[in-house]
Each structure stands twice: as C-alpha cells, then as structure tokens.
Design a binder for this molecule. Structure first.
Ligand SMILES: NC(=O)c1ccc[n+]([C@@H]2O[C@H](COP(=O)([O-])OP(=O)(O)OC[C@H]3O[C@@H](n4cnc5c(N)ncnc54)[C@H](OP(=O)(O)O)[C@@H]3O)[C@@H](O)[C@H]2O)c1
Length: 294
C-alpha cells in the first residue's frame, strides 16, 4: 500500500497519476476528495481529513508500505518552524507506530551550506526532514531549487506589463525544475521497494538559468517582450504580505530568497542522476503560454 498526502496539489496529483499506471494499491489522504480527478478517485482508497491531524494520519498510515509526504504551504502560519515541523509531528509518530517502511518527502536544496541556517522556509523544510529521519524510517528527501511553476504567481504582471519580479539579482544563475519531473522521480522511488537508509535526492532540472535568461526565453515563446525586474528586499516582503501572508512567513520567504541570492541552490553538481528533462523553454511552451493566453 502506497499512501499519498496532498493528492490535489500540483506535485501530488501528478504523483498519483504516475502511481496509478501500476497495479499497486494506493490510499490518499485528502481534505476534499471531490478535488481528485474522478478516474483517479475511482481507483484509490480515501482517508478524508488533513495530514496534520493525528487521527487522520493514524488511519491513513495503518498498513502503509510507503508514504509520499508533502508539507502544504501555509502562508498564515505563526512561524516557518511551526508550519513545517509542528505540522509533521503527528505524521512522524504515526510512521513509527505503524512501522511504515519508506517515506519519500518533498524538500529543498541547501543542506550543509552556511546560508541554509537563515534561509526561512528552506531552513524549516530541512528541520522537518531531520524530524522525519529521527523516526528511523527509510527516507528519501527530494531536494529542489525553485519550481518553474512558482512563476505562475506572476502571470498577471507578465500578461499586463510584460514584467516579473524577485529580490534575486537578474544575472544570478541557478537550477529550476518542473513539478512534473519531481512527481516522476517521487513515483519511481515510491514504487521501488529495494532501497533502504536515508538520503537526499536532488532534482535539479536540466540547466542553470538567470532571471534575465528566463525573460529572454519567455519573450521568444510568448512572442512579446518580457523583462525581469529586481526589487528591494523590503518591497518583496511588502508584496508577499499584501497577498495575505503573516509577517513571520513573509520574512521567512524573504530570508529564503536572500539565501538563494547567496548560493543556496548552487551547492549540488548536476550529474546524470540529479538532472531532470524538462527545459525552461519547454515548460514555457507547455504551461506558461497557456496560462498567459488563458
Ligand atoms: N515552490 C517552490 O519553488 C518550492 C521549492 C522547493 C520545495 N517546495 C515545497 O513544495 C511544497 C509545495 O508543493 P506544491 O506546489 O505541489 O503544493 P500545492 O500545489 O500548493 O498543493 C498543496 C496541497 O496541500 C493541500 N493542503 C493545503 N492546506 C492543507 C492543510 N492544512 N492540511 C492538509 N492538506 C492541505 C492542498 O489540498 P486541498 O487544498 O485540496 O486540501 C494541496 O493538495 C511545499 O512543501 C514547499 O516547501 C517548493
């Protein structure tokens, strides 16, 4: 039995679709199962509720061989630590109680780098991984740079003014990956019962690009000029707060961005194993173009 948390999310629904290509039984934990595609819903066992709830994970993890663990973003949280680590405590207790064999989790790049100590959401994500690892479960933490999909938040300004923003320098090159590739790696690990121990699995995408490089590619694919504009840290934080984030979570996002600007995502060498196929150009053609033209 493979258990999938957050099956309605961007990564989660793609993990589920990949798993359902095999005959392995799948159980999902979902607050609102009606948000799952009907053809997938018909083939899975459902435990309704949040994977933060001790009773829900207790039912959800009973008899589980493997768990896909994804921490939902909570921009109203009192702190990043509580959003990531406190949310995950009931699940870690249930992993031990039910002797779950393997966990594949969604996390972030940066472990071992000094900048990761004050990297907001990423510092909290790595602390969550430590908590999961402390259960002793066989564990693969998928460690990602920024997702290409993060740019979808900026579709309104790309559409209206041909501009997107970040506090990161326009010429800073870094990896980025597509959520479809993350889901493929996760599903492959969940279906493979041969691995043991605890390791990070970096998912780096195929190339390092700066925001200026991305703007040039977007301009070509969208057939209209798109430029990148670096904004001051305080303007970034104000922008995130204006979208409804708590002060603590806006600061945690800013700390993450400043750490990325200082090399948080640049510490792992791309190899055949850490590279994933979707290029930024392909993602713009397949995802961004439809979002901007929609
Ligand atoms: N964006 C990046 O660049 C980046 C980089 C590295 C790592 N990450 C990590 O990636 C993860 C986000 O993945 P994603 O983009 O696939 O997420 P997403 O699309 O925002 O999906 C979030 C999922 O969580 C569920 N959810 C929301 N609040 C919940 C709650 N209180 N209890 C239970 N379920 C809840 C949602 O389901 P319903 O609303 O249907 O219940 C949905 O299935 C985060 O852990 C983040 O730290 C992100």
């Amino acid at each position: 039995m493979i258990v999938v948390t957050a099956p309605t999310g961007d990564i989660g629904h793609q993990v589920l679709a990949n798993l359902l290509k095999s005959p392995t039984p799948v159980r999902v934990i979902a607050r609102d199962p009606s948000r799952i595609a009907p053809e997938a819903l018909a083939r899975v066992e459902v435990v309704q509720g949040s994977h933060r709830d001790p009773k829900v994970v207790d039912r959800g993890f009973a008899g589980a061989d493997a768990v896909f663990w994804l921490l939902p973003p909570d921009f109203q949280a009192a702190s990043a630590e509580s959003a990531y680590v406190d949310f995950s405590r009931p699940a870690c207790e249930a992993i031990q109680r039910h002797h779950v064999k393997r966990v594949v989790g969604i996390s972030a790049l940066g472990r071992g780098l000094a900048v990761a100590n004050k990297a907001g959401l990423v510092t909290a994500s790595l602390a969550m991984d430590d908590l999961i690892a402390s259960t002793g479960v066989n564990f693969r933490a998928l460690t990602m740079p920024s997702f290409m999909e993060s740019l979808l938040n900026q579709v309104p300004s790309i559409k209206a003014q041909g501009v997107f923003f970040s506090p990161i320098a326009g010429d800073h090159k870094a990896p980025s990956c597509a959520t479809g590739d993350i889901a493929a790696v996760a599903a492959q690990l969940l279906l493979d019962s041969s691995w043991t121990g605890q390791k990070e699995v970096p998912v780096l995408g195929p190339e390092d690009l700066s925001f200026n490089d991305m703007a040039a590619i977007m301009s070509e694919v969208l057939g209209k000029p798109v430029r990148f504009q670096q904004i001051p840290p305080e303007a970034f934080k104000a922008r995130v707060t204006s979208f409804g984030a708590s002060d603590a979570m806006a600061q945690a996002m800013l700390d993450m961005m400043m750490a990325k600007n200082n090399g948080l995502d640049n510490g792992v060498v791309r190899t055949k194993e850490t590279s994933t196929p979707t290029t930024f150009r392909q993602w713009c053609q397949e995802v961004l173009k439809a979002a901007v033209q929609g």
